[in-house]
Structures are given as structure tokens and as C-alpha cells.
Write a protein that binds this ligand. Structure first.
Ligand code: MG
Length: 451
């Protein structure tokens, strides 16, 4: 039964510490499983990795698994995640594999899988991979059918060309880019330069110890970048995470952009239909209202955003984490293209600080109510059935991810059981402070009344 199969995949592929969770056995098994799933003998699988110390070791184990099942490995070597997604699509392959732990500390690594159209594996596909590994139903081949290795670095020039065709940047913008010593170190600064920007690159030597800063693009880790942007009088700073599927911008005053506001101004510029997650700010809705656009909400996680983009034929999609998908380019989130999109805005409308400051801030509350695990399901049912009666001016109740209730002025509250702790989480955003506290109290009282 599916429920008895041990879970390997988390919210973003397989992720864990090297040696304990991410082992050579896991890597060989994933190699064999994806080769089996992708079609067995003769299939082609793209394989790339970020800048971590454990990458070549894991790459070799995954490669061995793939070859043993008669599939060919198309080696990208070190590459940002978006390039692996792009290559998987561009080279008409059967699957892609990225060895990365994204923004996690250096002792971590992970494996993320990609579909032929450059979209991440969905949960149901990950379940099949887990099942193949658990049941050991690998399609291994005999000695004369073992797969081959081909280097496909040549696809980098196609990627750069296609990416530059997407961008409309004219010379003159001064950018400081911080690659976190990660996978985009060789690529992002060059692409920004080729796009016409004047570029200062920091932390742009790949290094698995991440000596410049940790790969999470958080305010704490971006202090140096903020200082360099100000000191060099740059127009903008760009920070990637370790595998560059994400980016965040620093404005010309050296302040880190609010993730939601950045998503809002880019969404407004693209217009049409935009997908974002249930926990994203209503500032995106307000910006899309200005241009007659539509916001579609989906579950948290970049693969859910990608799925909703496909289902709704949307123009753009992103999570407030800075993971943005540009569907007319590729279904894989691309932090380099995201950077180009923000640079275009600076060029077109002037200082980023001004554009961001014009977007209103709405009070947000994140709270939690203690709740035993066995009570969670019953409480969530009651929340879905009855909480909207307690709240004022409710226009929508949905269960895309937890229970999300939205009100006529755009205020919303999301009630979700914690997956790992004994809590029910309350996340909300409201049009005023008073309203925020009122909603918080109404929700907390309602849930506590059920316990
Ligand atoms: Mg990442």
C-alpha cells in the first residue's frame, strides 16, 4: 500500500544531511528509479549540480544508477537549477535531475527531479519514484545495454541566447550581483553583463563551504550586498540562493526588497493571469486590480505554482520566497530571468525604492494555537464549516491548503495545522491594525472554543 512506503521527498525534492539522509545508496536508488520511470533503456536524462562539496560524489552515484538501467546521462556539470530545467526541455530529454540543497547550509544536499517540459516532478510522480525504490522494481540491463555519458555543456550558449531574447534591458543600469558562491556564480554576472548592465559581482566563485555568505538569501545573510550596493551607488542589488532558482532584489538605498511587494510590481507589469500561493500578500491582488488582472491562489510550493500556471494558462507565477516561474520561457523557476525582469522595471519606471514604497503595507499576523495532533482533523473540519459565520464580510472560503477565508476588502486569514508540531497556525493579513487583531482574536477564540 502506498501509505506504507517510506517518504523520501519533502516539499522540494529529496533534502537532508550528507551521510545520514543523503547517502550513496539513496543516490544510486534514485538514479535507477528515475531511469526506470523515464522509460528505461535508451532514455536520456540531464544531470547537473550546484557548488556543494558532496556534489561530484552524489553525481557519480546517481550516474551509476542511471547507466545500470540502460539510460544515457547528459552531463551538465555545475549549473544553476534553471539551466538544468531548461536543458531538460531544450534537449528533448526524458527527465532532468538537479543535485542541490538550494538555500540549506553546506552540510546538506538534495536531489530534485524535472519533467521533459522543465516542470518539477509533481507529488504523484514522486510517490511513484518512492514506490519503485521501495519495491526495488528497477529495469536494470545486461552488460551490452549499459547507458552512455554525454557532455552537454554546449546547451549553455542556447540558454544565454534564449534568456537574452526574453529580456528588454538597455545599457546603463548598474547592478551588484551576489551569487552566494553558488551554482550561478559563473553565469548570472555574465548574463547580466551581456544584457547591457554594468555589473559588480560578489561571492561569485563557486565554493561548497559558502565562505562569502550562507546560501539562504535572508536579510541577515545579505548585509554585505546591501553595503556594496550603497557604497558603489548601484541602481540595484541581486541576490541568488545556492542554486539560483530564486532571487531577491536590494533597492538603490541598500534596503532588501519586501518579497511580496517585489512579486506584486512584477506581476502588475506582466498582467493577465498570475498564480501565487495562499500565504502571499494581498498587495499582489491590489496591484493586479490596477491593470484588470487576475490572481489565482494555490498551495505553497513551486511545483503547485507551476501546475496552476499550466491549468489556467497563466502568464506568470511566483511564491513570495522569490521563486518565480516564467512560463513563456520554461516551467522551471529561474532566478536569473527574474532578476532581468526586475532590472527592466528599474529601467522603465526609475528607482526601485520608489516603486516598492508606493505599494501599501498591510498588517500581518502569524500566530498559533496549541492543538494535539489527534484533534487537528476535527478542528479543521469545524473551521471550514463554521468559522466564516464568526467573521464579517466573508466572500470566499477555500481549502486549497488549510482553510483560507477572504473578506470583501481583501483581508484574509489562513488556518493550517502544523505538519511537524502540535499547533494550528493562524496567518492573516488585513487592511488595518484593528481589523488584524479583531480577526486574530475571533479565529483564536473559535479554535480554542473547540478544544
Ligand atoms: Mg533554490
Amino acid at each position: 500500500m502506498a501509505s506504507e512506503i517510506p517518504k523520501l521527498f519533502g516539499t522540494s525534492g529529496i533534502r537532508g544531511k550528507i551521510g545520514s539522509e543523503i547517502t550513496l545508496d539513496v543516490a544510486i536508488n534514485v538514479g535507477m528509479a528515475i531511469a526506470t520511470y523515464a522509460g528505461g533503456k535508451g532514455s536520456n536524462i540531464v544531470l547537473g549540480y550546484d557548488s556543494r562539496t558532496s556534489n561530484v560524489m552524489i553525481e557519480n552515484a546517481v550516474t551509476a544508477g542511471i547507466l545500470q538501467c540502460g539510460c544515457n546521462v547528459l552531463k551538465m556539470g555545475m549549473a544553476p537549477t534553471p539551466l538544468v530545467g531548461y536543458a531538460t526541455m531544450k534537449l528533448n530529454t526524458d527527465a532532468g535531475i538537479m543535485i542541490t540543497a538550494s538555500h540549506n547550509p553546506p552540510e546538506y544536499n538534495g536531489i530534485k527531479l524535472w519533467n521533459p517540459d522543465g516542470m518539477a516532478y509533481r507529488q504523484d510522480q514522486e510517490r511513484v519514484i518512492e514506490e519503485i525504490i521501495h519495491e526495488k522494481i528497477f529495469k536494470t540491463v545486461s552488460w551490452e545495454n549499459i547507458g552512455k555519458i554525454e557532455e552537454v555543456k554546449y546547451v549553455v550558449s542556447d540558454y544565454i541566447k534564449d534568456l537574452l531574447d526574453q529580456a528588454d534591458v538597455k545599457p546603463g543600469i548598474k547592478v551588484v550581483v551576489d551569487c552566494a558562491n553558488g551554482a550561478a556564480s559563473y553565469l548570472s554576472p555574465i548574463i547580466l553583463r551581456m544584457a547591457g548592465c554594468s555589473v559588480i559581482a560578489i561571492n561569485s566563485q563557486p565554493d561548497g563551504f559558502f565562505p562569502g555568505r550562507l546560501p539562504e538569501p535572508s536579510e541577515k545573510n545579505l548585509q554585505e550586498l546591501m553595503k556594496v550596493v550603497k557604497a558603489t551607488k548601484a541602481d540595484i542589488g541581486i541576490a541568488h540562493d545556492g542554486d539560483a532558482d530564486r532571487m531577491i532584489a536590494i533597492d538603490e538605498k541598500g534596503r532588501m526588497a519586501d518579497f511580496d511587494k517585489l512579486l506584486a510590481i512584477v506581476s502588475r507589469e506582466i498582467g493577465g493571469k498570475v498564480v501565487t500561493t495562499v500565504d502571499a500578500s494581498l498587495c499582489t491582488d491590489k496591484c493586479m486590480d490596477e491593470v484588470g488582472g487576475v490572481v489565482i491562489r494555490t498551495k505553497v510550493g513551486d511545483v503547485h505554482v507551476a501546475e496552476a500556471i499550466e491549468e489556467n494558462n497563466a502568464n506568470f507565477g511566483g511564491e513570495p520566497s522569490g521563486t518565480w516561474i516564467h512560463p513563456n520561457f520554461c516551467m522551471c523557476p529561474d532566478g536569473i530571468l527574474s532578476a532581468l525582469r526586475v532590472i527592466e522595471l528599474v529601467q522603465k519606471y526609475g528607482p526601485l525604492s520608489k516603486q516598492l514604497d508606493e505599494i501599501p503595507s498591510y498588517p500581518t499576523i502569524r500566530d498559533k494555537v496549541t492543538c494535539e495532533d489527534h484533534q487537528k482533523e476535527k478542528i479543521m473540519e469545524k473551521v471550514e464549516e463554521k468559522l466564516h459565520i464568526v467573521l464579517d464580510d466573508v466572500v470566499d472560503v477555500n481549502r486549497i491548503d488549510g482553510v483560507r477565508i477572504s473578506m470583501v476588502d481583501g483581508s484574509w486569514v489562513l488556518i493550517r495545522p502544523s505538519g511537524t508540531e502540535s499547533f494550528i497556525r493562524i496567518t492573516l493579513e488585513a487592511t488595518s491594525n484593528d481589523k488584524a487583531y479583531m480577526i486574530r482574536n475571533q479565529c483564536a477564540d473559535f479554535i480554542e472554543g473547540l478544544l
